[in-house]
Design a protein around this ligand. Sequence first.
Ligand SMILES: Nc1ncnc2c1ncn2[C@@H]1O[C@H](COP(=O)(O)OP(=O)(O)OP(=O)(O)O)[C@@H](O)[C@H]1O
Length: 602
Amino acid sequence: MQRSRLRAAVPAPVVAEDLGAAEISEAFRSQVRRQLAAARPSWRSMAPGIAFGALSGLSAVLLIGLSAYLITRAAEQPPILYLGLLVVGVRAFALSRAVFRYLERLSSHDAAFRALGELRGSLFARLEPLAPARLGRHRRGDLLTRVVEDVDALVDWPVRVIQPLVSSGVVVLLTLAATAYFSPAAAVVLAALLAVVLLCGTAISASLTEKAERRTAGLRGRLADAVADLVADLDVLVAFDAAGSQLEKVRSADAQLRREALRASAGTGLVAAALAAGSGAAVVLVVTLALPQLSASTPLGPGFALPPGSIDGPVLAMLALVPLTVFELFAAIPLAWTARRRVLASAARIVEIAPVPTGPAGDELQGADSASPASARPVRAPGAVLEVNDFTVSWHGSCTPVSRPVSFRLEQGENLLLTGPSGAGKTAVAYGLVGFLSHSGTYRIHGKDAAGLSEQELRRMVCLIEQDAHLFDGTLRANLAFAHPHGPEGASDEEIIESLRAVGLWDWACSRAGLETRVGMFGELVSGGQAQRIAVARGLLSGAQVLILDEPTAHVDPAAAESLLLQLLSAAGDSRTVVLLSHLPVPEHLIQHRRRITPAPA
Ligand SMILES: Nc1ncnc2c1ncn2[C@@H]1O[C@H](COP(=O)(O)OP(=O)(O)OP(=O)(O)O)[C@@H](O)[C@H]1O
């Protein structure tokens, strides 16, 4: 089975149907790891966020410690100058805590959203070669949820997982070390309580939150599917009095999603309760353990020194209150662990639709993107334009060819009719010719093996105009310009008008708003024949040398079909090669070559 370069480079989606159970887990895990690595901004851009987060945490600990120290020390009525210094410290840490927190949010979100932009770009680049044949197995709402919400969820990877784990971890360790300086026993108890709470949090999270979070990701897709079906097919559902049952599906998916969200929230609440209980217990135990070290004498005064291993009242107050802040900071760790699960589920759902390419493939993708576009006008080249021998295709996930092998050779300006009964595999062959499906047999364009071309190179030469070509809810200009090889900005009004003239639409457009004529959602403001002409005009503007027209007369009456076909074939001119797919009879005088497509034996 031959494949184009890009198809070979981008691995097929890893799904249960393709692999054994052991392979699924290993191949899948490595794909998810790669996806997470792609979602993480560079350590360099994350460093400011991590540093500001740690400084904000340290400010919080010093603020509470110094406040407790100040209040207790003030009760001893020391010289006001001494207290003044402490007051300045309290104010400074109160301010720095807020300022560092602000800077941390700013820099971490800036880095994460920059990475998100790149992530979206690379995901669309990965999806593009898979569309439409390999995305067909996913429902539209589910696909939309994966491409939008699951990709958004990946922002949590640097912001809610990596950064809090690192910054809070550092602050908690430093605070434990400082506590150990004054009271090693209190530090040990504090560390033990933190470990207990972490274990409880992980257990609660594993039994409640993780499962709920995993199910939530799929349920969001189900709900989006149900809503998309209801909204998109509302007219048909209302006509057949079936809107109620579809609405019921939406309600049921919503109820399930809410149940799982509640379960996840219950888990988060229980973890918060464990943290609060741990924090209270820490205060009591730290005070109990540090109390025997308390020195009775007042520590202030000339030449005064505490006996070794003992602490005074203000230090005891400090040790008593610091655990409150430590637990507050520590709360970020179980939350980060829960967020990690959510992110993993989202990354897995993204990988299911679009695997992450390995090094060389990514390079090829970029290379193909950055290649200078071909001229809008096909250049005449000697020899056969299309040479196809024993050509068959298979649907993705199947090894069985759709139809019997087909062979043909076409020169520039020639046309070919691929005919055959409905369901014979004409569209499948067209998909093979534009690289949506992989093929077997030989397929050469201008003497080059199509298997050696990238998807972009192939589609720049061969343009498929589908039976129901998609029209965007925009103007004629917008619907055509994006197909130009130099992008929408590269398409001049003259070129667009020329292509509309070629398909006989310019006079009609002039009677409306010219290039600003709106076509409506899915082309609802134009007739079937006009939609087909717009699609062909788009193909002409693309500069492709080969146009494949799939059932172009499907939406017009038999009387109009011949004149439409004549116009479309003349529009292609003698500089383009046309492959026409039709199960309807086509007048002999319009066609130079014909081949019959017959289904492969079962
Ligand atoms: N995405 C798909 N996955 C698997 N099989 C498919 C898919 N789409 C179509 N088929 C099947 O492949 C066969 C060929 O379909 P294809 O659309 O190529 O036929 P066709 O000759 O173009 O028909 P028509 O003239 O009615 O458009 C049919 O049996 C069809 O059911």
